[in-house]
Design a binder for this molecule. Structure first.
Ligand code: HEM
Length: 499
């Protein structure tokens, strides 16, 4: 009898040990049959997942945006926003994380775009993916602008007024004004702006579906090194590893990491004393436009519009007169965007190394450093201050000369592209890394338990709201890391496989 029980327990343990949860789930949901392409081992690095990170931020925006929609009233824009901040449970974190989710999404979209430039991912066969991506980026900037204009605080009203002023100078200005900001009156304006905010977010979702569909068709851009730095660089679909569950697990890890940071950063800012955070980074709305405090706040746009906002201040002859600001926005905003959009058709060579595409590489480096960074910092430091042409020339031409000289030097000393294979880990390296990952995983599980216990303690007290945001965010980041480590331990790389 005793022997029998022992045998049965032994069998049950063996069965539990050999149970494969992912295979069990797959048999029921047929997830491995989804038309998604897997990635080789060397691609499990953040650099290959910048698009996934941007998408994760977008999903956060949709969820938090729909929750905000339950409380937001276009007829009482500012007071309903105040209500969310002061009366809705976790409303502060909800609104602040929607704002910082937008910041994260836009920052990650820029990183994604420029990374794709440097690896040549706009070349055949990915031209359409690139074009869709740039259009999507413009739609995201538009969504963020309309979202910001919904709040009804002094910054948001100033931002909308600046945009209205610009439109007035555009061809068909009054028609465009009516389309984007309604026929007049506050409620009509906020209702129209809300409609645009959601319509553009839906457009982003549609473009994202197409963009992802093409990415699946063409596979992730492999390392150009493996293709002699020549396009077309495509994974061999027949040889491509399975998507399920390796890629699924890494995607989940990315999602939790991004969501965690979107919660942690504004929650920490919410804990700092009011007034210690520069207005540009404030996680909460500013004062009402009719308050006395509003008078001392200069009109600042969202940080990712600061560069174009500064260009409007340039006192160049072309930018003067009634339609001057509109021309400035066209030159400073629309032309760079058009350049990015048309890049695959302007650079038709098959070269994938950035130094083999010098003209465009110099333009892209100029756009990153001068157009995006220097002009934006300038805009933050001197909001609305007119800039004489001589200062424009100084601030523009000095860094331009440095970039040209630096790139000329790099090019002169460059010995040409070095094709090769990806370095594959040895069996021993994999074993050591797995052992190390197992230790860290055990430690992180303990950390996760502590975070959950702390959360349990502070959760009933609403006054700890930012602390709850930090704890939930940290819990998500740690959970993402646990998933990533588990993925490595359960599905380690195969030694000696490079494509
Ligand atoms: C279905 C998707 C979305 C919905 C339903 C939605 C809804 C909303 C609502 C109702 C507000 C007003 C909050 C208030 O003032 O009380 C808002 C603000 C905002 N939204 Fe969205 N949103 C969505 C997606 C996005 C996306 C994709 C972005 C940009 C990447 C974005 C960026 C913003 C920004 C920057 C604000 C201002 C937040 C602040 O200043 O505190 N939203 N959104």
């Amino acid at each position: 009898m005793e022997v029998n029980i022992r045998k049965k327990v032994g069998q049950a343990i063996d069965k539990a040990k050999s149970f494969d949860f992912w295979a069990w789930l797959d048999e029921r949901a047929k997830l491995s049959e989804l038309p998604l392409v897997g990635t080789p081992d060397y691609m499990f690095k953040l650099g290959y997942w910048t698009g996934g990170m941007t998408a994760a931020a977008f999903f956060w925006q949709v969820i938090s945006g729909l929750l905000l929609l339950m409380y937001y009233e276009p007829g009482n824009a500012y007071s309903s926003t105040e209500y969310i901040v002061n009366n809705v449970a976790f409303g502060k974190i909800l609104l602040a994380s929607h704002l910082y989710g937008a910041y994260a999404m836009i920052f990650l979209a820029f990183v994604h775009l420029f990374r794709n430039y440097f690896v040549g991912a706009y070349k055949k066969p990915r031209e359409l993916q690139w074009v869709l991506g740039v259009i999507m980026g413009a739609a995201v900037l538009g969504t963020a602008f309309f979202g910001y204009s919904l709040v009804g605080d002094t910054l948001s009203v100033d931002g909308a007024d600046v945009a209205k002023g610009l439109l007035q100078g555009a061809p068909l200005g009054s028609l465009l004004l009516n389309i984007f900001f309604g026929p007049g009156g506050e409620t009509a304006q906020f209702t129209r702006v809300l409609a645009w905010h959601i319509t553009l977010a839906a457009l982003v979702a549609l473009l994202f579906a197409l963009h992802l569909g093409l990415a699946e068709q063409n596979g992730v851009m492999p390392s150009p090194k493996l293709f002699n730095y020549k396009s077309p660089a495509e994974l061999d679909r027949k040889e491509a590893p399975k998507w399920w569950p390796n890629n699924f697990l890494y995607t989940a890890a990315i999602l939790f990491w991004v969501w965690g940071f979107i919660l942690i950063i504004p929650s920490i800012l919410l804990m700092l004393p009011q007034g210690s955070i520069p207005i540009l980074l404030s996680p909460l709305p500013g004062p009402s436009p009719t308050s006395a405090a509003a008078a001392s706040i200069p009109p600042y746009p969202l940080w990712f519009f600061l560069n174009v906002y500064k260009i409007v201040d340039f006192q160049l002859p072309l930018f003067q007169g009634g339609s001057g600001p509109f021309i400035a926005v066209t030159v400073g905003g629309i032309i760079p965007l058009l350049y990015l959009l048309l890049l695959p058709f302007l650079d038709r060579s098959d070269k994938l190394h950035p130094l083999d595409r010098m003209v465009h590489t110099v333009i892209i480096i100029w756009l990153i450093t001068v157009w995006l960074i220097i002009y934006a910092i300038w805009g933050a430091l001197t909001p609305g201050l007119p800039i004489p042409p001589i200062r424009v020339a100084e601030v523009t031409l000095i860094p331009t000369a440095i970039i040209l000289a630096g790139m000329a030097f790099v090019y002169a000393t460059w010995k040409g592209p070095k094709p090769g294979n990806m370095k594959q880990p040895t069996l021993r390296e994999i074993a050591v890394k797995r052992a190390y990952a197992t230790l860290v995983l055990a430690f992180l599980v303990a950390v996760e338990v502590i975070i959950t216990a702390a959360l349990w303690k502070v959760l009933p007290d609403g006054s700890f709201e930012p602390m709850i945001g930090v704890l939930v965010g940290a819990g998500l980041v740690v959970f993402g890391e646990i998933i990533a480590l588990y993925r490595y331990i359960a599905y380690p790389p195969k030694p000696g496989r490079s494509k």
